[in-house]
Each structure stands twice: as structure tokens, then as C-alpha cells.
Ligand binder design. Sequence first.
Ligand code: NAP
Length: 354
Amino acid sequence: MSAATLENLVIIGSGPAGWSAATYAARAQLQPLVYEGAISEKNRMAGTLPLGQLALTSEVENYAGFPHGNLGAFLDSALPKERRMMMAPHEGHGVTGPELMELMRQQAVNFGTRIVTDDILKIDFSKRPFTLQPADGPPVLARCVIVATGASANWLGLPSEEKFKNRGVSACAVCDGALPRFRNKGLVVVGGGDSAVEEATYLSKFASTVHLVHRRDALRASKIMAQRAFDNPKIKVHFNTGLTEVLGDDTQGVTGVRLTSTVGPQQESTLDVAGVFLAIGHTPNTAFLDGQLELTPKKYIVWKKHFRTETSVEGVFAAGDVADDYYRQAISAAGTGCMSALDAERWLAHQAAH
Ligand code: NAP
């Protein structure tokens, strides 16, 4: 087995926090190494493919610096041909999530960031240098680590949901919504937040009707997004309603859902639909830490000092949604990514001086 290499700074994760940290760290000559995650079916199903949650969204209207416009020529000039070829054509709108993430990745690469397309499965933060075990290849030693692994989509946990995953049940409308099985059919989106409204709006381009099923009597989504759902003639909002069973069969996959009212007597009804899309929040990707960093009760990494990205282990920093259950925006993740690189740089400089 080949010997472990010693890295200055390893960044785990490839969303806005990871790339922003990498760009700052690379410009500070820290030679960061990013583990961007593996391209695997397991990660696809879990929503943890490289480039994070933004790669699963459509247009991003609120990332500062990217107003509506034609970014086609810019994308052509900024990105390498081989990666550009894999992307959907730009259609003269605001920047999309995948476009924004490719631009962030490329910016980090331009300053010398090295990237490994693999997962880190295990870590040992009990002694320095830290040890990181990738899925494929020998362990990596690191003086300093930034954890920026984000969060991934939640599921309801119904056996019928599990049974029809990939056969009509999905947690990513942008990934799966355009599939022929969903065209001109009735679809269900579960949830009441911005993601649910965004998914319902996106799916309304393909579906005959989108049923937005929400457990309470008011949407959690921002006012502008909620209004979009109410104004869309193809979206029908079902308040005070829960999805209790996905119906289907082995040949067709999903054919319907059973709904149950969440207030009053538990009245049941069924809807004929061809797809079910979950948009019920996220869980931080911290399981691989195996209890070695202090976490909140909801399993988010704890920042130990106010307005600093330091974790409970000296030399390990956290950035983005993995440590933020409150703002959870691309731009705030990029901001804490920047902060984590500056914190790491100062910590490494302090170590070198002693
Ligand atoms: P969220 O705001 O946490 O909303 C999750 C929704 O799922 C809530 O309506 C919640 O209901 C419902 N829910 C949770 N668990 C459920 C369960 N077991 N069964 C049924 N319903 C359940 O999550 P999000 O929509 O993914 O948004 C996350 C963050 O990203 C937010 O800060 C949001 O603003 C942001 N975001 C922004 C945009 C945008 O600006 N374009 C787009 C997407 C997301 P309750 O309301 O009853 O709790």
C-alpha cells in the first residue's frame, strides 16, 4: 500500500462553501486539496453528487452579481470546453445553479486548487496531522481541514416511498422532472417551503397539474415565491394535508397517492398522479464525522466561537450548510467558506510560527 501524503489543507465538499474556501486558500498559497465527492448512484440517490445542492436547482435569482441576462458567451469563455459540453445550453435567463457551481469550481482551479472526485468516508481528528480515508485510495494526512459537506434532502420515510424511488418518487424536480414518465401527467410535490414552491413551479412546465401538498394551513415559503404558486393555474395547493402512501405497481411505477387531512377527523382521499417529489427540508451531511466534532441536536456542526468557523477540534473548520440551519443560502455558504479559509490560513500561520 502506498504511503499517505501530508497535505496542508484538505477541503471536504464542493458546494459554494467548499469552492469559496478553495479560492481563498489557493490565492493564499495554501495549496488546498478538495474532495468534491464521488459521481456514484449512491450519491445521486442521496442528493450528494459533486457541486452540491445548487447543482440540483434551476435558475438562481438571488445570488448577488448575477442579474437576468445572457451569460452564454461568458460561460463559453470561462469554462473548459469538456465541462461546458456536458452542461445544458444557456437560454438567456439568470444564472442557473449548475452554471454558478461550474464557475465557482473553475475559479478555484484557476488559482491552483487540486480536486479529487471522491468521497471521504472516515476521518480521525483525534491526533494531528488528521487522517482522512477516501472511498478509493490510500489515507490522506492533513494539517488542517475545512468541512463543507452541506446538507441533503429529507424523505418522509414511508415504505411505499422507498419502494417507488426512481420509479416516480424523487427528491429533485430539476434532476428528474423532465423525464417522459412525468409529461402531461398529474404530479405531487410535498412541502411548503421555498424548495417546494420552486419545484412545483418548475414541474408545472411539464405536468398537467401539480398538487402542492402541505401539512399546515400556510406556506413557509417567502411571500414572492408563495404568490408564484397561488398565481400559477397549474398548481393546486392542498393545505392541512399529509401524504400517507404512494400508490403504484411494478410495471408503471407511481400511479397515485393517498392523502390524509392533518386537522380534524383523519379524512383520506386519493389522487391519480405519475410522480411524487419531496421538498421537506434537509439533513446536514455529518454522519461520516462519527461523533468526532461537536454537533447540535439537529446534527449540524457547532461553531465554537461567535462569528468564527472554528469547530470543537483545533485545526478543523466548518463552512456552509453543514454548520448553518438558519440562513442556508448559497451566498451565505460562500461567505462562510471564505471565512473558513481565512481562519485556516491564520491557524496554519500560527502553527508554523510556534
Ligand atoms: P424549509 O424551509 O425547511 O421547508 C421545509 C418544508 O417541508 C416546510 O414547509 C415543512 O413544513 C415541510 N416538512 C418538513 N418535514 C416534513 C414532513 N415530515 N412531512 C411533511 N412536511 C414536512 O426547507 P426548503 O424549502 O428546502 O428551504 C431551505 C432553505 O433554502 C430556506 O432557507 C429557503 O429560503 C432556501 N431556499 C431558497 C430558494 C430561493 O430563494 N430561490 C429556493 C429553495 C430554497 P412546516 O412549514 O410545517 O415546517
